[in-house]
Design a protein around this ligand. Structure first.
Ligand code: PXP
Length: 256
């Protein structure tokens, strides 16, 4: 029985805009402007990561974006008590818990919820007690999905980095299959399905077509394209790529 096709929502990660600003320590480019342009281009959410070392997004950005984002503000943060306190005070529409290491270039690997123990459970409890929606950024593993479900979170974001990095052929097929199986487990656990990391204008099609995919968080490829075509257009083109994948899937389902 073919399942009902819905287009995933596009959350645009604007950390890289802040990275360029921080390169000079000045005021431009402003991620607050970027969020407005992304929303004009059709973004259905804005994602930012307030890292402990404040290497890109800073507290001022979070404060202003909370006031100005018209869609949904998704705040990525580490399982660190001080950051969780800021997250609670800022009241984003969603918190995505991510692992964080100072030496990493970008978020590497998902949060190990299965072995996270009291640290992860306490962070989730504080966020839930504050009435916030929590999503867990995890590797596409059924064990991690089940551990997330046991904590009562509303969503998981499956890490698509390994899929994105895999060479075309068997390795990539295996990574896609892992995403499909973890997605099915997410659905079975009654959680909302998100995905992100390393997605671009080409590889987004396979991930957008996974049943019940509700949200894709994409940053680097959109901001890279924006250098050449502008941010509003770069976001619109990503939306079109996602919509094309959903349309193709709907047409296939109709034929079945
Ligand atoms: N989702 C999460 C949880 C992330 O940490 C990141 C990177 O900051 C992204 C999505 C976006 O990844 P990319 O910039 O590769 O599109």
């Amino acid at each position: 029985m073919p399942s009902f096709t819905r287009m995933p929502r596009l959350g645009v990660n604007i950390d890289h805009v802040a990275t360029i600003r921080q390169a000079r320590g000045g005021r431009e480019p402003d991620p607050v402007w970027a969020a407005a342009m992304a929303e004009l281009g059709g973004a259905e959410g804005i994602t930012i990561h307030l890292r402990e070392d404040r290497r890109h997004i800073v507290d001022r950005d979070l404060r202003l974006l909370r006031e100005t984002v018209q869609t949904r503000l998704n705040l990525e943060c580490a399982v660190e008590p001080a950051i969780i306190t800021i997250a609670i005070e800022s009241r984003p529409d969603q918190i995505t818990l991510v692992p964080e290491r100072r030496e990493e270039l970008t978020t590497e690997g998902g949060l190990d919820v299965a072995n996270g123990g009291a640290r992860v459970a306490d962070a989730v409890k504080r966020l839930h007690d504050a009435g916030l929606e929590v999503s867990m950024f995890i590797d596409p593993s059924i064990r991690q999905v089940e551990a997330s479900a046991a904590l009562g979170v509303h969503a998981v974001e499956l890490h698509t980095g390994q899929f994105a990095d895999a060479p075309f052929g068997k390795a990539r097929d295996a990574e896609l299959q892992a995403l499909i199986e973890a997605s099915a487990a997410t659905r079975a656990a009654g959680l909302t399905l998100h995905a992100g990391h390393g997605l671009n204008y080409v590889n987004v099609a396979d991930v957008a077509a996974i049943d019940d995919m509700a949200e894709l968080n994409i940053g680097h490829s959109i901001v890279s394209r924006a250098i050449f075509v502008g941010l509003e257009r770069a976001v619109r083109e990503m939306k079109e790529a996602i919509d094309r994948a959903a349309d193709r899937k709907a047409a296939t389902n109709k034929r079945l």
